[in-house]
Design a protein around this ligand. Structure first.
Ligand code: NAD
Length: 284
């Protein structure tokens, strides 16, 4: 490499080091992304990481317009007002069929393409032994965590394939599903949640085989206990130390793994479940 080329290649790394970002500011340059559940916790941290990685546009999908607008204001506060131009709000319940169709079509209308879809919206109802689990709670959990993700994946694939790409195929597109360490091991009192997160990996694995050959990589992350509003409703005390790092994870520690799976840094990964749980799950 010439001296000029060395400087050119070093610049993004320097920028990364100076800005406290553990990834290149160009990792998602030009990419248009959807993040469901993006108003809070892991989803919010993912939107932030995507913006910092240079995403052209990010649609935040969440239940309430107010929550999304608060998230957009917080992102503008953290990253600068210019990020508002790269954000789009889409309120809706992901378990409803029309929501997924709407957020995909509105994203394409707003930013003219779709490259990345992160299915992060999820719920965890209070811990209950299966003998006492209400059928309505089972249905609600499956509705958001599994049906909502199926609908989002289906519509995202359609939207990504609509997007014109240089090579005539899907190009470098990615879908990331947010499963859980409980989707690898299960957990007493969390039958519905665990079952939904196991099933989500089955969905991921099948879909990866269908669309991987078309240039859409599909993978999942399996976080351990992460400090978000969801963890407040989950009796994880005493279990936080089960991993090899004796604390709960931070939302951005999952967001960086999602960014990795969304970016070309993971270009040979399709059909993988990536654990981000400090080694709590003993599954490989
Ligand atoms: P969170 O509660 O902070 O965020 C979840 C977001 O999803 C919220 O903004 C919520 O409004 C949204 N949402 C819920 N139901 C929705 C619906 N029907 N339609 C649209 N949006 C909806 O929780 P989090 O911890 O950031 O969770 C994000 C994902 O990570 C979830 O799928 C969760 O199961 C998974 N996860 C979390 C942990 C953890 O310990 N926090 C561990 C493993 C996996």
């Amino acid at each position: 490499l010439s001296r000029r080329d060395r400087v050119f290649f070093a610049l993004p790394l320097l920028d990364t080091a100076m800005s406290n970002r553990p990834f290149s500011p160009n990792a998602l340059a030009g990419k248009v992304c959807i993040v469901t559940g993006g108003a809070s916790g892991i989803g919010y941290a993912t939107v932030k990481a995507f913006l910092q990685a240079g995403a052209k546009g990010v649609t935040i999908v969440d239940l309430s317009a107010d929550a999304i607008n608060r998230a957009i204001d917080a992102l503008a506060q953290e990253l600068g007002a210019e990020v508002k131009d790269r954000l789009y709000a889409c309120a809706g319940d992901v378990s409803q069929e029309e929501t997924a169709e709407r957020y995909v079509q509105e994203t394409i209308r707003q930013f003219h393409r779709l490259d990345i879809s992160v299915q992060c919206a999820g719920i965890s109802l209070p811990s209950t032994d299966v003998a006492d689990l209400k059928v309505s709670d089972w249905d609600k959990t499956m509705g958001v965590n599994l049906r909502g993700v199926f609908l989002g994946v289906q519509q995202s694939i359609r939207g990504i394939l609509e997007t014109p790409r240089g090579d005539g195929e899907g190009g470098d597109a990615a879908i990331v599903l947010v499963s859980s360490q409980l989707g690898l091991d299960g957990y007493a009192g969390s039958a519905a949640y665990s079952a939904s997160k196991f099933a989500l990996r089955g969905l991921m694995s099948s879909v990866a085989q269908e669309v991987g050959p078309k240039g859409i990589r599909v993978n999942a992350v399996c976080p351990g206990p992460i400090e978000t509003p969801m963890l407040e409703g989950f009796s994880a005390e005493g279990h936080l130390t089960k991993g090899n790092i004796k604390r709960a994870g931070k939302p951005e520690e999952v967001a960086y793994a999602i960014l990795f799976l969304a970016s070309e840094a993971s270009s040979y990964m399709c059909g993988s479940s990536l654990k981000v749980d400090a080694g709590w799950s003993k599954w490989c």
